[in-house]
Design a binder for this molecule. Structure first.
Ligand SMILES: C[S@@+](CC[C@H](N)C(=O)[O-])C[C@H]1O[C@@H](n2cnc3c(N)ncnc32)[C@H](O)[C@@H]1O
Length: 696
């Protein structure tokens, strides 16, 4: 049983996202019954530490950037807007003599925190922060520095609240804080240090140790929140949630701001200093949902926790403490006011539980359900799009309609429409107030047929072409054929035979390419500095959407859009009303015809469609046409080097005919064999990545 924390339960029904891949943070939050998705942040931890006055400011800023990156990526990459994103960053700071005192006071309706920070150390902060060791010697350097001394562990936490506004924009509110815990290492012999280092444990951990596992052996005492050292200050986090979601009296969420110390400045009512917490360093939250402070002095030892060696995994009924299979122990902070005193180590009840009854098991089950239902959700999106539900709602007088009115507009049954609209609400595509349905910000952004970032073209392509293809997946897999062949018969050339032989199919395909290029084109066009180049040629540029993005992004660049004659003859349908005359159109076959001369050759979503053999033919033609010093820009979904993701790329691979998905280094190798060396790779965080290769 998991004790349902009243604060945590406030998050039920909200899309909560943890922007961290740390299994330790995941476990801490899962153990208190929080339901969340894990979307690891792509933010690189490269902030210049010298710019921060204190280590905790650095940790808080890193946490904030990690969380914001995920909050801003999700609406585009995952097509859903989270309600809350949680980011965290833990740093270990070797002994420094500084005093950090906070004096809270209440004045003019605002909550001020006065920080007196007396810094005695002569080193820079940069010199004190110990991050993850880069190798064993580095781990030795860190651990021997910590040996026999007290050090501080700071975890910065950022809670991002995402609010969708009427105008399709998303408002991000940041609440951040940090927790400090002091840890003292015993005097450690070199033998012990090397044995620990050789266990491999230090390598992915800040400061080079993991307190919850073998590293616990190094520790003499811990002052403060133990879980903070593990990687997440659960106690303070729950208090902050309490302030955000269950404020006593007048707290209004919308006015939450971040103070320099990282507390919600204008929403936090006066509070008494937390006298009982000697290492308390954020604003005291004496009214915060009766959440007890984290234990102030844990020195976790196996015999105290009652964990014997070699016990089978089990879950605790009261969740006060947890043992793993190897007998290591971790205190678990639970903040239900009715829960027993956290600091006491009372009787621990255990019970064997079936996998799906654990929190972890429940997560896995909900992931399974999501996968099993995925095709239904896609079809709801396709059908609502095809029936123009989003356009109909937008064009109604008040932007809202009841199911009967929508049914009338889309010429469908009331009963069926009602079910479709309800399903759309559950998927975040629509919202309903009483009987009235309206578009959500996400739908207004991507699903209106005339919106600048409309994905309608691609959605219809998925519905009409990709969906039937995937009904043949099993046979295609069994027989080793491609799905096109099963669905539409053998083709000698995918484009000319399958896509361009019928007008409406060609138009649909072009609309699909156009919509993806509109959404991703700007990020691809601005991925690299191309200011020294004068001319570009977008090979297989389709409607020209990408070419126009390049022209817009690079004022000195003229772009020739090159594609098959069947495409060029229809490209005028897609020309923007303010079309830039630096974009010109040339018809031809890039396997057979001479290519236009250019400084930059753009290959956006071209190479994945072709075998290595065909790619070599195309690249050798580009190399031949190249002016001296020219470059090739390839934009594709880049597979991870271990080919374990991203799933978007691997799922698309299932419907390719002769082509295949490749990683950035595979593209780089192909280009290298034609004299182009990889200069830069850019993961745009949008639908397509990019690599720029220059002539040697
Ligand atoms: C997957 S689409 C990519 C479109 C565009 N580059 C983009 O990113 O939106 C492939 C494009 O390559 C073009 N194409 C295919 N074979 C070609 C050939 N032999 N010569 C020129 N273009 C070709 C298609 O007409 C189509 O526009």
């Amino acid at each position: 049983m998991v004790l349902m924390n009243p604060v945590i339960s406030k998050l039920t029904g909200k899309l909560v996202v943890l922007a961290s891949a740390s299994p330790r943070r995941l476990e801490i939050l899962t153990n208190v019954g929080l339901r969340f998705e894990v979307v690891p942040s792509w933010f690189k931890e490269t902030l210049d530490k010298r710019l921060f006055k204190t280590p905790h400011e650095y940790a808080v800023e890193t946490a904030k950037q990690k969380a914001l990156e995920v909050a801003k990526r999700m609406p585009f990459k995952h097509l859903k807007t989270p309600d809350i994103v949680i980011g965290a960053d833990t740093v270990v700071v070797s002994k420094a003599s500084y005093i950090n005192v906070f004096y809270p006071s209440y004045h003019s309706g605002y909550y001020f925190l006065y920080t007196v920070l007396v810094v005695f150390f002569s080193q820079t902060v940069d010199g004190l922060i110990l991050e993850k060791p880069v190798d064993k010697q580095d781990a030795y350097r860190m651990l021997s520095r910590l040996s026999g001394k007290e050090h501080s562990v700071f975890t910065g936490v950022a809670i991002i609240l995402c609010h969708e506004k009427e105008d399709e924009e998303i408002d991000y509110q940041v609440i951040d804080f940090y927790e400090e815990t002091k840890v003292k290492f015993a005097d450690l012999s070199d033998d012990l240090l090397w044995e620990y280092i050789n266990s491999g444990e230090p390598m992915d951990k800040a400061g080079g140790y993991g307190i919850q596992a073998l590293g616990g052996m190094l520790v003499e005492y811990v002052h403060g929140d133990f879980l903070n050292v593990v990687g997440f200050p659960l106690n303070q986090f729950c208090k902050k949630l309490g302030l955000i979601f269950s404020p006593p009296g007048s707290l209004t969420h919308n006015s939450t701001q971040t103070s320099p110390q990282g507390s919600p400045v204008d929403t936090v009512p006066p509070a008494e200093p937390a006298a009982s917490s000697p290492t308390h360093n954020g604003p005291p939250d004496s009214q915060g949902q009766n959440i007890p402070s984290a234990s102030t002095a844990h020195n976790v030892k196996q015999e105290e926790s009652g964990c014997g060696e070699g016990e089978v995994p089990w879950t605790l009924v009261n969740n006060l403490s947890k043992c793993s299979a190897n007998g290591e122990a971790e205190p678990q902070g639970i903040s239900d006011p009715a829960a027993p005193d956290l600091t006491s180590r009372g009787t621990i009840q255990m019970q064997n539980v079936r996998e799906h009854e654990t929190e972890d098991g429940k997560e896995k089950l909900s992931k399974m359900i999501e996968l099993m239902d995925g095709f239904k959700a896609s079809k709801v999106l396709f059908t609502a799009s095809k029936l123009r539900v989003f356009d109909v709602l937008r064009s109604s007088k008040k932007g809202e309609l009841q199911a009967e009115d929508v049914a009338q507009e889309i010429k469908a049954s009331i009963k069926g429409t009602e079910r479709l609209l309800e399903a759309c609400v559950s998927l975040g595509l629509l919202q309903r107030t009483g009987k009235e349905y309206t578009n959500t910000a996400m739908s207004r952004h991507f699903l209106l047929s005339d919106g600048p970032l409309s994905l309608q073209g691609y959605i219809q392509h998925c519905n009409e072409l990709v969906w039937p293809l995937f009904t043949h997946l099993e046979t295609a897999v069994r027989e080793g054929t491609n799905q096109h062949e099963k669905a539409f018969g053998k083709t000698s050339n995918l484009f000319q035979d399958a896509y361009y032989s019928r007008h409406e199919v060609k138009l649909r395909f072009m609309k699909a390419m156009h919509s993806i290029a509109k959404v991703s084109g700007r990020d691809v066009a601005t991925a690299f500095d191309l200011s020294k180049y004068k001319t570009a040629c977008d090979l297989g540029g389709c409607t020209g959407a990408m070419a126009y993005e390049f022209a817009k992004a690079h004022p000195g660049l003229s772009v020739t859009m090159f594609d098959l004659p069947e495409v060029i003859e229809m490209s005028s349908h897609f020309r923007p009303h303010d079309a830039d005359d630096r974009v010109s159109f040339v018809a031809g076959d890039f396997f057979k015809d001479e290519l236009p001369k250019a400084d930059v050759y753009i290959l956006a979503r071209i190479l994945h469609d072709w075998s290595d053999e065909k790619v070599h033919i195309l690249l050798s033609k580009i190399a031949k046409a190249c002016n001296p010093g020219c470059c090739v820009l390839v934009s594709e979904i880049f597979l991870d080097e271990d080919r374990k993701g991203p799933s978007r790329g691997l799922l698309q691979a299932l419907s390719l005919t002769e082509g295949r998905q490749r990683s950035a280094s595979e593209y780089s190798l192909l280009l290298k064999s034609h004299g182009f060396t990889a200069a830069q790779v850019k993961h745009t965080h949008n639908l397509l990545d990019a690599i720029l290769c220059v002539t040697e």
